[in-house]
Write a protein that binds this ligand. Structure first.
Ligand SMILES: [Fe+2]
Length: 163
């Protein structure tokens, strides 16, 4: 997991992550810090294993921990977080130390998945779909105290525990 930890420890990642953490300090709805990011990573990697998708674990975890990194620019500047996130993630992935680098193909897959995780487009790439579905599956609406107030469409809310 050295490559994933290199993302976490990257100064650009830390700067956006801490900004977002502060912005969401009082948030009653779903937050976008490590508990969520790692829920998504683990759901996605379990699905990848169960369905024999064959994804590299670092690639799945990298996409998951990067997917909401654009949330601070969305709160502060109204830039859609999937677009801001793709840009920030690209900057991070392009400046990892050599021993923690992702290949060009891996970077492209991760960035496409970050970009596409909010709304599923037609004919998404496989990692893009996996990230989208794992993100949505991760939310525990059935146990959420502010479920009725949340602006997620009713039919999208998870009403029960799912794998
Ligand atoms: Fe998310």
């Amino acid at each position: 997991m050295d490559r994933v930890n290199a993302i976490w420890n990257h100064q650009v990642y830390q700067a956006y992550y801490r900004r977002l953490e502060k912005l969401e300090e009082e948030r009653r709805y779903c937050r976008h810090q490590m508990p969520h990011l790692l829920d998504v990573a683990r759901i996605a990697y379990i699905r990848s294993l169960e369905e024999n998708m064959g994804f590299d674990r670092d690639v799945v975890y990298a996409a998951a921990i990067l997917h909401d990194i654009g949330k601070a620019p969305q709160y502060e500047e109204e830039i859609p977080h999937e677009a801001a996130g793709e840009k920030i993630a690209g900057e991070i992935l392009d400046s990892l130390p050599e021993n923690a680098a992702f290949s060009d193909r891996e970077k492209q897959m991760i960035l496409t998945a970050v970009r596409g995780h909010r709304r599923l487009r037609e004919n998404p790439e496989e990692l893009e779909r996996l990230l989208y579905e794992s993100d949505k599956a991760s939310r525990m609406c059935f146990a959420c105290p502010v479920r009725e107030l949340c602006d997620w469409e009713e039919e999208k809310k998870n009403r029960e525990i799912r794998a």
